[in-house]
Design a protein around this ligand. Structure first.
Ligand SMILES: NC(=O)C1=CN([C@@H]2O[C@H](COP(=O)(O)OP(=O)(O)OC[C@H]3O[C@@H](n4cnc5c(N)ncnc54)[C@H](OP(=O)(O)O)[C@@H]3O)[C@@H](O)[C@H]2O)C=CC1
Ligand SMILES: O=C(O)C1=N[C@H](C(=O)O)C[C@H](O)C1
Length: 241
């Protein structure tokens, strides 16, 4: 994703890429030098940075967001898979600087979330199953987007109180469960499906990312929106309003 973001950014008129960092030495991307991540604090200060965009891993992300809080730099976070403690660290940073997080920076998933909420609200009592498919290099399961969809569904349906991850055994599903299925295969950029089934009818709502460019574009839109804002936690939906 780091490469996708740099490549998308150099093509935009509303963004200047000041620098990039990675934990391991890396070749320049689209003419942008990639520095050692240990130099992030000095780079943030040196470049009078308007916003940092982070797509890495949970541990490094928390570190980078803390560096942004220290330097007073707004930060857009696309990383997923945090522990509760890491989530709290991100929220703490948002007391000092604006932090915009999204488990999915595609506009299609923003629309999917609205459609899922409407469908779940309109179909009380229906069984709900969430399935996501991603490339074979993905670390976290279920995906951050699936977790966001599950939170949305549970807010609409308070009777759905348990998440069943995969399913095996010899008992039928219970009324209060949401099935959650994570598939990993090939180079799939990201697919999320919510299936609602009642008696004699089934509704499936699906989003498919055609490539990872869509996430990079959304994250850069978010960075442009976030620069110069007040400290606090922000969501991608605010960018789309
Ligand atoms: N919100 C959204 O729309 C999207 C979110 N994502 C999320 O973004 C994150 C990154 O995804 P992706 O680019 O596919 O992952 P990759 O594994 O391909 O890349 C992660 C990058 O972060 C670096 N990194 C990982 N852990 C650390 C660490 N502890 N310290 C320093 N650097 C670290 C890696 O360094 P190295 O090169 O040394 O391995 C690598 O450069 C994931 O959490 C993913 O779920 C992905 C797509 C869209
Ligand atoms: O790791 C990925 O690739 C993706 N991660 C995000 C997630 O965990 O939901 C978003 C997107 O689906 C791609």
């Amino acid at each position: 994703m780091g490469r996708e973001v740099i490549e998308a950014a150099v093509d935009r008129d509303d963004v200047d890429v000041a620098f990039a960092v990675n934990r391991s030495p890396a070749e320049a991307v689209a003419g942008i030098e990639v520095h050692d991540a240990a130099d992030l604090p000095s780079l943030l200060a040196e470049h009078d940075t308007d916003a940092l965009v982070d797509f890495t891993g949970p541990e490094s992300s928390v570190e980078y967001v803390a560096a942004c809080a220290e330097a007073g730099v707004p930060v857009v976070v696309g990383t997923t898979g945090y522990t509760d403690e890491q989530e709290r660290a991100l929220s703490a940073a948002a007391e000092t600087v604006p932090v915009l997080r999204a488990s999915n920076f595609s506009r299609g998933v923003a629309a999917l979330r609205r459609a899922v909420r409407a469908a779940v609200g309109a179909l009380p009592g229906y069984d709900v199953e969430v399935t996501e498919t991603h490339h074979n290099g993905k670390w976290d399961a279920p995906s951050g987007t699936a977790l966001t969809l599950l939170d949305d569904i549970e807010e609409e349906r308070e009777d759905l109180t348990s998440r069943t991850h995969g399913r095996e055994g010899d008992a039928p599903r219970s009324a209060e469960e949401i099935g959650v299925h994570a598939r990993r295969a090939g180079d799939v950029a990201g697919e999320h499906e919510v299936l609602l089934a009642g008696d004699d009818n089934v509704l499936e709502l699906t989003h498919r990312a055609g490539s990872r460019r869509v996430f990079a574009a959304g994250a850069l839109d978010a960075a442009v929106w976030l620069a110069g804002r007040e400290a606090g936690e922000h969501d991608f939906t605010e960018v789309l309003e």
